[in-house]
Structures are given as structure tokens and as C-alpha cells.
Design a protein around this ligand. Structure first.
Ligand code: GLA
Length: 381
């Protein structure tokens, strides 16, 4: 089978007629727990997928930037731009160049060809994988002094300001800072991280990722709405962010919010932050199986309070649990996307079959399932 790096190299040669001078890779992610907490200054716990985006890169003699991909073989070429000037998928690359320059760095002009096996539009951060592979390549090739802890915020600005998506820092942090066999415990306020041991195989366990293959609908509008509700709730409570309300202050906070929607949105964030902290404590002490109920509680909170799930992901969670999973939840922004289930390592096929059966009964498009192992973050190859 042709590897992604070979595919990216071939795409480079096809588009530009010579060999790339280097290859960089950055992964997609699943978030174990901590959903929509990132833009509330809260906690997240993602791990990197083995699936990744590879950028084959070479210098650009014309002083401009060019990028193509296996999905769009005709290169998009641009010079120094401002947000809005490059649109479509090329904006993710132009945005990274812009954000690095805006942070004061001299960005080397390059030609890029991209190949990826991160499923697109499935809530597994294919866009962060793209941004992070390009960002890492530009930093290495330019010899730029950008410490690892600063990099996710630069990629996030590309997405927030250049592409115009109001996302938090989860995806880019995961793609850049995750490590093999570790989950990344990130404080989204301070950017402090802790690499949490996450070797499931050693515990006889596995994470099954189930792509619901449900069409993503209204994602951007609904995401922005959730963000606004959280900010409104924090303002009403007189705190900088919902992160500043602990579960000890939950009842009081809920009493002080008079809007039922804001109350439920806030309850999700406040309880979800605590679930991340509880998950981290259990993992630190090697009690991996016991995180199951926290995962399932996170799903219920996303379904009932944050209202970001759809029938396909609810059915996937329910049928995985009925098939014996210790816990299951939707992962990512919501409105479709993927579910993860914590299972005994030898139950992957049976669990996947149970979910597929439930989908067939309801006439849903068939799901796609695989066992995910925590892989490395962005790197030169
Ligand atoms: C998307 C966003 C992230 C994060 C998640 C939800 O993936 O890009 O910043 O908010 O949704 O946790």
C-alpha cells in the first residue's frame, strides 16, 4: 500500500516537476473528554490519531507560496495577503503564512503538496492537521524560533481570523503537542500541559472510534451560538469565563441565571471541566476502566444540556454501551462526526458490528469503525 508520505511526494513531483526538499506530518485527533470547554478557558484531554496530513515542501524561487493537494492538484498561488484575500481550502495555508508573519516572523516562500488520511468533515480535526503540518514545515525551513507552546495559538489565529471560524485551541494543541501513548491534559487558559500515560493495550483495553458518517449540518452557526451563550452566561455570573465556576458553585450559578438555555449550556461546561479533572486523576493512578462512566456522562451532558448531538451519534453511543463498552461519547464539535467507546481490546469487532446493526435497523448510512492508538504530534519526517 502506498504511504501518505509517498503520495505527498508524488503529488509534489506531479504539480511542480521536481523533488520536495522535506516532508512534515501532523495528526488529526480525538478528544477523550472536555468538549466545548476550550473557548471557556477550561480543560481538554485529546490524543493524536495515527491518521495524519503530510506536507511535501520545497523552496519557491518566485518568492510566493503555492499549495496543492491530492484532492485539488492545481496549485493555489499567493503572495503576502490579508485575511479574506485567499478563500476556499487555500485559506488554511494562506492563514498560517499570514499568522506567522503577523507574529513577526520572516516566512520562507515555499511550494507545498498535501496528502492526508485524516477523514474530512468527521470532527477529527483535518483542518488542524493541515495547518499544523504547514506551520511546522515553515518554522523548520525558515529556522524560526517559535517555541512549541506558542505554535497552537498561531495556527488557531489562522483559523479564527483568516478562515473566520470561531474555534478554540483544542485541535491545534492536539495536533502539535500530543505524544505517542499519551493523552494531552491541557489547561486552555494558561496553555500548561501534562502528558498523561495512555497505553490502553497494556490494560487490555481499546478505544473504538465510530464515524457516524452523518452529514454535518449547521455546524458553523450552531458552534458560534454555543460560544455566544457561554460568554453570555459568564458575563451574567460576573466571571471572566465559565472556567471560573467550579462544581461547588454550580447550584448557586444556576440559580443566578434566569434563562433556561443559558443555564443548561453553563451546566454542561461547568460539569464537563470537572469530568476532565476526574478522568485525569483516574488515568494518573492507572484506573483506566473507571473513566467509562465519565465518558458516558459527558455524552448525556452534550445531548441534553449542550444539545450538540444528532440521532446517529446517540444511537452509536447507546449500542456501544449495550454491547458492553465501559463508556462512550461523541467526540469533537458535534452535529455529526465521531463517537469513541472504551472497550475490552477483544470486543472491537463485536462492538462495531452492534453499532452497524443498529444503524441498519434505522436506515442510517453505515458507520465506519476502527481502533485508535495514541500517536505522535506534528513532526518532520
Ligand atoms: C471543534 C473546535 C474546538 C473545540 C471542539 C469542541 O473541534 O475546533 O476548538 O471547541 O470543537 O470541543
Amino acid at each position: 500500500m502506498t504511504s501518505i508520505r509517498e503520495t505527498a511526494t508524488a503529488a509534489f513531483i506531479e504539480a511542480y516537476g521536481d523533488e520536495p526538499t522535506g516532508l512534515w506530518a501532523a495528526p488529526g485527533r480525538v478528544n477523550l473528554i472536555g468538549e466545548h470547554t476550550d473557548y471557556n478557558d477550561g480543560f481538554v484531554l485529546p490524543f493524536a490519531l495515527p491518521q495524519r496530513t503530510v506536507a511535501a515542501v520545497g523552496p519557491a524561487p518566485d518568492g510566493r507560496w503555492s499549495v496543492c493537494s491530492t484532492l485539488a492538484p492545481d496549485p493555489v498561488t499567493f503572495g503576502v495577503t490579508e485575511p479574506g484575500e485567499v478563500t476556499g481550502w487555500g485559506a488554511y495555508v494562506a492563514g498560517v503564512v499570514w499568522a506567522l508573519r503577523d507574529a513577526g516572523f520572516e516566512v520562507p516562500p515555499v511550494r507545498i503538496a498535501l496528502a492526508s488520511d485524516v477523514p474530512l468533515g468527521s470532527g477529527l480535526s483535518s483542518s488542524a492537521a493541515l495547518e499544523s503540518s504547514v506551520l511546522t514545515a515553515l518554522i523548520d525551513l525558515g529556522g524560526l524560533d517559535v517555541p512549541l507552546e506558542r505554535r497552537p495559538a498561531i495556527a488557531q489565529r489562522a483559523e479564527n481570523v483568516y478562515v473566520g471560524a470561531p474555534t478554540g485551541i483544542l485541535d491545534q494543541s492536539a495536533s502539535i503537542r500530543c505524544r505517542k501513548d499519551r493523552a494531552l491534559f491541557l489547561d486552555c487558559r494558561t496553555y500548561r500541559i501534562e502528558q498523561i500515560p495512555f497505553d490502553l493495550a497494556a490494560a487490555g483495553l481499546a478505544i473504538l472510534v465510530i464515524n457516524s458518517n452523518a452529514p454535518h449540518q449547521h455546524v458553523d452557526g450552531e458552534y458560534g451560538e454555543r460560544r455566544k451563550s457561554c460568554e453570555a452566561a459568564a458575563a451574567a455570573l460576573g466571571v471572566p469565563a465559565l472556567r471560573d465556576v467550579s462544581t461547588a458553585g454550580l447550584d448557586d450559578a444556576l440559580r443566578r441565571l434566569d434563562d433556561d438555555v443559558l443555564r443548561r449550556r453553563a451546566r454542561h461546561i461547568i460539569t464537563e471541566n470537572q469530568r476532565v479533572l476526574d478522568t485525569v486523576s483516574l488515568l494518573r493512578s492507572g484506573r483506566v476502566r473507571e473513566i467509562g462512566p465519565l465518558l458516558t456522562a459527558s455524552h448525556a451532558s452534550m445531548r441534553d444540556d449542550f444539545e450538540i448531538t444528532v440521532a446517529q451519534v446517540d444511537v452509536a453511543v447507546q449500542s456501544a454501551l449495550e454491547a458492553g463498552a465501559y463508556g462512550a461519547r461523541m467526540t469533537g464539535g458535534g452535529f455529526g462526526g465521531c463517537v469513541l467507546a472504551l472497550i475490552d481490546a477483544d470486543r472491537a469487532e463485536a462492538t462495531a458490528a452492534a453499532v452497524a446493526g443498529a444503524y441498519e435497523e434505522r436506515g442510517f448510512t453505515a458507520p465506519t469503525s476502527w481502533v485508535a492508538v495514541a500517536g505522535p504530534g506534528a513532526t518532520a519526517l
